[in-house]
Design a protein around this ligand. Sequence first.
Ligand code: ADP
Ligand code: ZN
Ligand code: ZN
Length: 661
Amino acid sequence: MMEQRVRVAVPAPLFHTLDYLAGPLAIRPGCRVQVPLGRRQVVGIALSTPRLPDAPDQFTCRPVSACLDDTPLLPAAILDLCTWASEYYHHPIGEVFAAALPASLRKPDKPGRRKSKSGKPPDVTCVPAPAANEDQRAVLEGLAALPGGFSVSLLEGVTGSGKTEIYLQRVEAILAQGGQALVLTPEIGLTPQLVERFRERFGSLVSVFHSGLGEKARTEAWRAAHAGTCNVLIGTRSAVFVPLPRLALVVVDEEHDASFKQQEGFRYSARDVAIIRAQQAGVPVILGSATPSLESLYNAERGRYQHFVLPGRARAQDMPRLRLIDTRGAALVHGLAPELLDATQRHLDAGGQVLMFVNQRGYAPALLCHVCGWTAPCPHCDSRLTLHRARGRLICHHCASETRLPTRCGQCAGSTLVPVGQGTERVEDTLREQFPEARSERMDSDRARKAGELDRLLADIRSRAIQILVGTQMLAKGHDFDGLSLVGVVATDQALYSADFRAVERMAQLLTQVSGRAGRGITRGEVLVQTREPEHPQLQAWLRGGYRGLAKRLIEERRVAGLPPFAHLAMLRADALEAGSAMTFLRHAADMLQGRGVDVMGPVPAPMERRANRYRAQLLLRATHRAKLQTLLTASVHGLQSLPGARKVRWSVDVDPLDLY
Ligand code: ADP
Ligand code: ZN
Ligand code: ZN
């Protein structure tokens, strides 16, 4: 007798599904099933119930232990989306589902049914929307006039131009028709403003979903979205996989932000998955940013995306004045030019607040022997240790290992060790010294680690108890400080010399976002950028033409160099404890991938070859057509597992890599 089988995605690093015998159980796709895997019992997702009358391997099938759901927990839309993601990112399907489901729903003991709160006929508006200004009206009319179904709209507008208000009004329109909206944002913990704005407008119709929530709250939000009782789901990366049965609009705020890309394990881009989700669901997606990624700008340029622009600030303040400070030959005070210090005094005197942007936490990025030039190295990485003076430690920012401060040089035993370069701690110390009458504080991930610290700092900035704030890119995101009138950028030049082709794009996004913090209140802002390369064509392009001016130039450079968005990349990475193993494995991989219509570049050792005691190497694949790259990967990823040396290394595929190291 033929027994019914069920195809299951199990949580294991397998590129394929496993078939199990369903027995008397009626198992529909999307149900969770408990199945044996080796000696363990695991929870997998039933994908389909294939009818294979003459399957020869039937005897190898083991039976399903239990079906955990009467009705499918995952709707077809999410099964399709996860299947697409598994195929596109070449990541094991079971691990994709594991990333898509809250942990509590992946445990064997939890029953799948739960009465969801019955739907309330929703009262949509809590705080009424302000009347849209002229530019917003044009955008809203444009969005409303799009033909129904899938479309991608890029909404470009500087910080404060009223993009969030556009999202709110579009969401309001779809809620009025009974739809649900998904709003993705790079960060919620650091930037609660977006959620606050939505809550203000839509009250209890809004749920949030992000990793900072406890498991219980996450599961509740997931269930509410799934049951259709939450109408607006705001979340970070993994929210893109939450079921929304009446999904009618997807918004991706700060679409350029690198944190939409998961950098380890299942390396997906939530922005790109969101676009596919909207496409599969046949609904519009809005990508918003003050500094769109070059990929999105290019897609808009060639008409694949609609392009809407909000040219000014919603409340019509002037944009901040930008100026470069040439630091060559300047008498720097711990890295700060006199001109920057003077400007700080001027703004403080006028009652303004000052933000100093430093892209490095700690006191100084290196500790140098004045006699022989030795710098304290990390024993586990090819990198230098960062001096954290307040904690009295040297810390590696790559593997987190720590040591005491040395009193003598590790090479010549000399006792004159000097900090080189500027971190947030050092700039904070310097500003406290220079402006004793002002209160200077630092905001970076070291400081924010203490519970409640970030909220206290933000509150003190708002109440103007803090006049000078020193911070990392943490500050670039979404914060709205009304009294801020001067932004100083302490160092930018690293990006100009970087080997990473995206470094300048990222720098420009960061600088533009940081600049956007200045003068959002009543005073006109000023932005001063220290550099040793004031004539650098890329900096000049930014200064003259703003982000768009520079982006235009960078897109041309990418076209000439054959880099994204004019080519598609995948990175094969490998690392191993033994020197050479990763390179050997990737050489075999390169041989296998060679000559199949895709450029195979490398392998080369990673720019920082040794990290946390592992030796790393990489192989870059490039194709003009996405399909060519995908075909090759689909045909060969399985084979990589059986290459010589594969067992000695950890390897991974990164499709559309953001970081090339
Ligand atoms: P963005 O998302 O582009 O940074 P916001 O939507 O947050 O811009 O708008 C910036 C500020 O202007 C906010 O304080 C917002 O409340 C206000 N604002 C936006 N649109 C309007 C409008 N049409 N009328 C009055 N205030 C507005
Ligand atoms: Zn020395
Ligand atoms: Zn290290």
